[in-house]
Design a protein around this ligand. Sequence first.
Ligand code: ZN
Length: 90
Amino acid sequence: MAYLGSERWAAFRQEIIDERGYECERCGETEPPLHLHHLTYVRMGHEAPSDVELLCPDCHDEADEEREAETGGGYDYDDDDDDDDDDDWD
Ligand SMILES: [Zn+2]
């Protein structure tokens, strides 16, 4: 699957940023890089805007832990720790 870094994902990410502004949705951080965090993977590949959250790296870590606690950690695409990647899609 060549979804990571796909044009569709980049366009979707841009749409979210245009709509919400380049700002962490939890703490208001505006310093790049901000990450698009998946609240759920149920619509993987055709996400709804409500499926994602724009977060700074700190809040992203927290959000990942929350999701892991909720899903029991058994369903996680985040197998490489590339938090310094500006286009982190996790
Ligand atoms: Zn934040």
